[in-house]
Write a protein that binds this ligand. Structure first.
Ligand SMILES: CC(C)(COP(=O)(O)OP(=O)(O)OC[C@H]1O[C@@H](n2cnc3c(N)ncnc32)[C@H](O)[C@@H]1OP(=O)(O)O)[C@@H](O)C(=O)NCCC(=O)NCCS
Length: 196
C-alpha cells in the first residue's frame, strides 16, 4: 500500500518597514498583538486591548516622525512588529543612538526566524540613518527574546530591579546596547573613543 504524505508548501516570511497600513494589515496586527499579550509577552500591555484600541495605536505610531514601524509577515499576513525610535530633534547629544522597542511575534507565527529578521532590518535601518548605537530593554522573564538579543551581539550593561509590574509582581528589566557601523565616516569604535 502506498502511503501518501502531504507535502506542506514552504512558509513565506518577510519583514518590511511600513509607512501606511491597509485595513487588513491593521486587523491582522491587532489580532497578533492581542495574541502576544495574552501569551504574556513583552509588549508593554498586560491586558488584551481589543481591535479598535490596537488599530488606533498603530495608526498613531505611523503619525510620529521619530517612530519607524517594522512589520513581520507570515504568508503575507502581518503577525508581529517592532519599533525603531529615533531621538527627538532637541536631543542632539544622543542623536547617535536609536532604540528598538515593542518587538513581538504572535505565538502562532514563532520559530520561523521573523524576530531575528525584524531586529536585523531595524539595525540596518538605524545604521543607514547614521545611528551608531542601538539600545533596548526587556523584562528578565522574556527568555527567548534575551537569547535572541545576546545571539545578535547585544551587550547587557545593566539591570533595573523595578522595571515592570506584571500580575501583581515586580519584574526586573535588562538593558542592552549594540554598536552599529554605518559604513561611512569613522568607525564607531574610533568615534566613541575620540574627543569629538
Ligand atoms: C522573542 C520573540 C519576538 C521571538 O520571535 P520568533 O519570531 O519566534 O523568533 P525567531 O524565530 O526569529 O527565533 C529567534 C531565536 O530564538 C530561538 N527560539 C525561538 N523560539 C524559541 C523557544 N520557544 N525557546 C527557545 N528559543 C527559541 C530560535 O531558535 C532563534 O534562535 P536562532 O536564530 O539562533 O536559531 C517572540 O518569542 C515574542 O514575541 N516573545 C514575546 C515578546 C517579547 O519577549 N519581546 C521582546 C521584548 S520587547
Amino acid at each position: 500500500m502506498n502511503a501518501s504524505v502531504a507535502v506542506q508548501p514552504p512558509r513565506q516570511i518577510g519583514v518590511e518597514r511600513v509607512e501606511r497600513l491597509s485595513d487588513a494589515d491593521l486587523a491582522d496586527l491587532a489580532e497578533a498583538t492581542d495574541a502576544a499579550i495574552i501569551e504574556g509577552g513583552g509588549f508593554g500591555w498586560v491586558e488584551p486591548q481589543g481591535r479598535a484600541a490596537l488599530e488606533r495605536h498603530f495608526r498613531g505610531v505611523l503619525l510620529v516622525p521619530e517612530r519607524e514601524l517594522f512589520v513581520a509577515r507570515l504568508d503575507g499576513h502581518a503577525v508581529g512588529s517592532a519599533l525603531l525610535v529615533r531621538p527627538p530633534r532637541n536631543n542632539e547629544a544622543q542623536a547617535f543612538a536609536a532604540t528598538l522597542t515593542h518587538a513581538y511575534v504572535a505565538p502562532y507565527a514563532r520559530g520561523f526566524g521573523l524576530a531575528r529578521l525584524m531586529v536585523t532590518k531595524a539595525e540596518e535601518r538605524a545604521a543607514a540613518l547614521g545611528h551608531r548605537v542601538i539600545n533596548l530593554d526587556v523584562r528578565e522573564t522574556q527568555a527567548t527574546a534575551i537569547a535572541l538579543f545576546q545571539a545578535l551581539g547585544y551587550q547587557h550593561w545593566g539591570t533595573h530591579p523595578f522595571y515592570a509590574r506584571v500580575g501583581g509582581q515586580t519584574v526586573a528589566g535588562l538593558y542592552y546596547t549594540k554598536t552599529l557601523e554605518p559604513g561611512r565616516g569613522r568607525s564607531t569604535g574610533a568615534l566613541i573613543d575620540g574627543a569629538d
